[in-house]
Design a protein around this ligand. Structure first.
Ligand code: HEC
Length: 161
């Protein structure tokens, strides 16, 4: 009887941390899955994944968010959607929360969408992109309005007046 209760107590002790570890793994998986869902519905691939918008999303997930050489040219100059796989690899979670909360990127990056996301959604997005791991090259850098852009651009009309 004594021996039995020792065994029960010991297995109860062992079972507790194991159960919570399994719970943590489930929570981590759910967070990553939510991040994947958010990337799909928030349109991040449309600009940050080459060919995504033009192919109705038929781009392998291994290529997602690797940045694009297609420029967006308007009164602000020419911007290129950066490689987010490299961006997230060099950014800590707390840096990301701060960056997104104060997002003030040039057009056509939808900065207001980032600023409107909850911390939980931002964390989900972060952990999802980190699971994709770094890939691809850096996108071309910003070109000011008075300088010509190299390569193809989407041209925005000048505002009237
Ligand atoms: C309409 C095109 C477009 C969409 C949609 C878009 N982006 Fe961007 N994004 C850009 C461009 C262009 C830049 C570069 C802006 C600049 O040079 O200031 C950028 C910049 C960024 C940066 C800064 C990266 C760095 O290296 O500094 C982050 C982070 C980012 N985008 C995340 C996202 C996320 C997350 C989504 C989805 C919620 C998203 N973007 C959707 C076009 C887009």
């Amino acid at each position: 009887m004594f021996k039995f209760s020792i065994t029960v107590a010991a297995s109860a002790l062992l079972a507790a941390p194991l159960t919570s570890l399994a719970g943590d793994a489930d929570a981590a998986r759910a967070l990553v899955e939510r991040g994947r869902y958010l990337v799909k519905i928030a349109g991040c691939n449309d600009c940050h994944t080459p060919g995504y918008a033009m192919s109705d999303g038929k781009v392998a997930e291994s290529e997602w968010l690797t940045g694009d050489r297609l420029g967006w040219k308007g009164p602000w100059g020419t911007t290129y959607p950066p490689n987010l796989r490299l961006f997230f690899a060099r950014t800590t979670e707390s840096q990301w929360l701060k960056t997104a909360r104060n997002a003030d990127f040039r057009p056509p990056m939808p900065s207001p969408s980032l600023r409107s996301m909850s911390d939980e959604d931002l964390r989900a997005l972060y952990h999802y992109v980190r699971t994709l791991a770094p890939a691809g090259e850096a996108a071309p850098g910003y070109v000011p309005p008075e300088q010509p852009a190299a390569g193809p651009v989407v041209l925005f009309p000048m505002p009237p007046g």
